[in-house]
Design a protein. Structure first.
Length: 78
């Protein structure tokens, strides 16, 4: 079997070489965080968190959740 000079011959039985690039830039990481749940900014009250807390804690959990979110925002000056 002949191959072109710029091609490597295919070796049967060998798994392909997999290269994983683990390096990332800070800008790429920051842009991924800003668009998702981990956004940098004011934390909002979650309707679903309040709903489930109301169902399972008869409303007491809602008070603690609201205080937690308010305290988190106040501590960061937001």
């Amino acid at each position: 079997m002949t191959t072109a000079p710029d091609q490597q011959p295919v070796q049967v039985g060998q798994p392909p070489t997999i290269i994983i690039n683990n390096s990332s830039s800070a800008a790429a990481s920051a842009s991924a965080v800003v668009g998702g749940y981990g956004r940098l900014g004011r934390r909002r009250q979650s309707f679903w968190a309040h709903f489930w807390l109301f169902m399972f804690t008869a409303g007491i959990g809602n008070v603690f959740y609201a205080l937690h979110v308010s305290r988190w925002n106040r501590a960061r000056g937001l």
